[in-house]
Design a protein. Sequence first.
Length: 372
Amino acid sequence: MSVVNTAYKAANYYTAAQNSANTSPLASSSLSSDAGKSDLATTVTLSQAAQAALEEKDFTTVVAEARAKLRGLLSEAKRQSPLEDGKLALDLASLDHRELYAISSNSEDLFTPDEQEAASLEMQRRFEAAMAGPAAVAEVTGSWLGLYKAAAAYLDGLGPEEKSEDDWKSARAALTQAIKQLSADPKTLPAIEDDPVALYLALREAEETVPPRDFGDVADDARNALDELYGEAIAGGRAPTFNKNTTIGAYIDLSAFDSRMLSAITLNEGGKFSSEEVRAAEGGLRARSGAALNAAFQNAARAGTPTAFSHNIISLYAAMTPEERQASGWSEAFYQTAVASYEQTNKLMDMLASATGGASGSANWFRSVTSL
């Protein structure tokens, strides 16, 4: 196993590893209907209006807002640095890609070395989270095309400042070349310089990907966020409640809490939460889990490929942290069932292809059946 150096240059978390000895709310997901290729890519999806707003905002404004947001996050967490023992100790989820780039590149010399490193780690973490689901599908199916398409989509979604960097251009060109090769031979990993997927896979093999924030810190964040909501309700003269249909109280809405925060409340490992808070978080997770499964099923139906639903389940599972899986009831047995379903369905489709004169014939048969 090779050792991979994870000391990335600012914003260059997608730079390929050198071949030398020293060299995953339920996650937000975007389903693809590219049948049999990229069934589920875990990405951060913005509305067209939000994307337009990001493109229109002057970068000087982005830098100033990033400085203000980071200062506020540090103040709320009562921290001087976003790092602890070289690891992320501050939740940077509220910062968008352009703001993280502004911090990591130390635009206008407004950020400390610790802040720059924290932003770079968060950028790397997001890329790795986006790759986790498609990589899991690739390992089961043996086809790497979907993973490379997910990486290309992720890089395409970054801000204009990053996309003007030579490293971004090199990485994107490498992905374009890799996708071309994989379109002809999807089961052979390409060997291309500046390949960001190759770096991710090497880091994954060496177990040097960015770890999630300490779960105890996530629980503290959830506790503080709840207390803040309670304080706002009381300050407004209304009693806080988890009853959405209240007419006299202030509804405590957990929809803005990410899935790790909801998982921390649900599991309640440190005994920080009341039984009412735990029930509310459990309900929120059940709703998200149900929505994710429904989206996976609908996507599979649109894809017209019988293995698509299994792909989507495998991808969703891989994108979760262990705590999210435990809190949501997504067990290892559930994952193995999805894998077995893919293998059995794939075998059945191979047999059907032989009986109907080829893969296209079996695919057309399946589409005709599912359209009934």
